[in-house]
Design a binder for this molecule. Sequence first.
Ligand code: DX5
Ligand code: ZN
Length: 218
Amino acid sequence: MIKISPSVLASDFSKLGEEAVRMEKSGADYLHLDVMDGHFVPNISFGAPVIASIRNKTNLVFDVHLMISDPLKYVEDFAKAGADIITFHLESDSSADETIDKIHELGCKAGISIKPGTPPEAVYPYLLSVVMVFVFSVVSGFGGQSFLFFLMTKVNKIRDQIKMMGGEVDIQVDGGINEETAEVAARAGANVFVAGSAVFKAENAAEMIKKLREKAKV
Ligand code: DX5
Ligand code: ZN
């Protein structure tokens, strides 16, 4: 099932609640919330209190992307703030098994993400414990970058591995998603598409979300 997850990093932060409502009305499935600590990635965005402040504004699934060094230490804050899916990086300092267990204990769904330099095999041991594997299609930390086409081979390999293991795991691609790249990512095996600039900067967000969904139907 195709899911579109607009990334608020590209939104107007001065009216984040209204932007969340705008995305819901525009047909988004998820709201992608990029948490950056300025240490794991060279950028700082926002923390749990900001997410909590918009939780009761929208029914969108909160797709929280933790680009932080010690996710295990903070997952409880994000669960309490209203996260539905908490995705953390395999390259972080926390134990992946412990972090997945903690996310589940807190009643949230777990996603695992890998940076461009991490091989696809690294996530194979976790495929049956998470609902989503996240593959970066840009260098992490900033919106508005260009899509790195060569990274789609990773998506392909992970999709084949999931099929072989008989799992039902979503593959999320994040970074540089637009009408052209959504199709490329879908052909590689992705079904969840994070789009920041493409949606928030679009003349008509609903139209853009519809186009991305159409292009992803491969
Ligand atoms: C980058 C973030 C992405 C980013 C996507 O580190 O994880 O979610 O906001 O933004 P666009 O769609 O503009 O590349
Ligand atoms: Zn993200």
